[in-house]
Ligand binder design. Structure first.
Ligand code: NAP
Length: 284
């Protein structure tokens, strides 16, 4: 692996994220070539030492690794459809789903490129710090992307980075929705969001601590009720639904949570522990 910060890199796409990526490469000392459809967006980076490639062909010919960060996969395919990709190494950090990642990997490999797919689980201002999580999948990288943040290579399947990305988004929005539900309930009693937030944070951290043990049950396919049985949990879920309805706040999320547990109980899993619900989540 080339760990030298002198390794050249090219960044295609200078939106909010692409600009942050190029800036982090420059800050780490990589000779950085940039290209953007709207060339004017490169001005600040050029002032900081980047070289602006006049055409996409020139950008690809700059050598080194090419990082792609556009709006979506169709934009990537549009842009690179007529480009000479033979011998290029592409790292596509554009967000999408695993199907798009696998298709694009097959398309790029057919064109003679080495293709890694990636996902950025970070905001532009955190790029270049350890906080920025960059996921990669596909062939092992031969270029050190450490300038961007904490980089993990997840495996050879090019779809993995996008799958982890989408799984992570599910976690993020589920936690936020759960917090907003509780906040709406407490607001009816005059408790403001800032008062509830530290309590919610403590609950979320506590629940996060259960994950490794629960994961073991999922992986073994065995769900003994060591802490609580689903039929006990479902009684607390009924409180959540009834309380929301009585307070006149939205009860959709509590009802969804209870409906899934009710189905698992109807299927005979009432005496087992919560992760048995994986069976509900595995269904289309
Ligand atoms: N911003 C974030 O917080 C964040 C976080 C994680 C992941 N991401 C991902 O990073 C990617 C880029 O996001 P962004 O925030 O940088 O978006 P953005 O600011 O809207 O930039 C989009 C970029 O794509 C280019 N583009 C779009 N269609 C194109 C086409 N057909 N041909 C050539 N170039 C095209 C744009 O060029 P022009 O400048 O010419 O319009 C611009 O450089 C997305 O997939 C996003 O999901 C972003």
């Amino acid at each position: 692996m080339d760990n030298e910060t002198t390794a050249p890199v090219t960044v295609l796409g200078l939106g909010l994220m692409g600009t942050a990526l190029a800036r982090a490469f420059l800050a780490a000392g990589h000779p950085t070539t940039v290209w953007n459809r709207t060339a004017a967006k490169a001005s600040a980076l050029v002032a900081e030492g980047a070289r602006l490639a006049p055409t996409i062909g020139d950008a690809l010919a700059a050598g080194g690794t090419t990082i792609v960060c556009l709006t979506d996969y169709p934009a990537v395919r549009d842009l690179l459809d007529d480009a000479a990709l033979e011998g290029a190494t592409l790292v596509n950090l554009t967000s999408g789903d695993s199907g798009q990642a696998r298709e694009t990997a097959a398309w790029a490999e057919k064109r003679g490129a080495r293709y890694l797919d990636g996902a950025i689980m970070a905001i532009p201002s955190s790029i270049g710090t350890d906080e920025a999580v960059i996921l990669l999948s596909g062939p092992l990288p031969d270029f050190d992307l450490g300038a961007l943040g904490t980089v993990s290579h997840l495996g050879e399947d090019p779809g993995l980075a996008s799958l982890y990305d989408v799984a992570g988004l599910t976690m993020m929005w589920s936690v936020l929705n759960a917090w907003l539900q509780g906040t709406a309930m407490l607001k009816t009693a005059g408790v403001d969001a800032a008062t509830y937030a530290p309590f919610a944070q403590q609950i979320a951290a506590g629940v996060a601590g259960w994950l490794p043990g629960y994961a073991e049950q999922v992986d073994k396919g065995s769900f003994p009720a060591e802490v609580s049985a689903l039929e006990t949990d479902v009684r607390a879920m009924a409180h959540m639904v009834e309380e929301s309805e009585a307070l006149g706040v939205n009860a959709e999320l509590p009802k969804l949570i209870k409906a899934m547990a009710d189905r698992a109980i109807a299927a005979g899993h009432g005496g087992e522990q919560y992760p048995v619900l994986i069976r509900e989540f595995e269904r289309p």
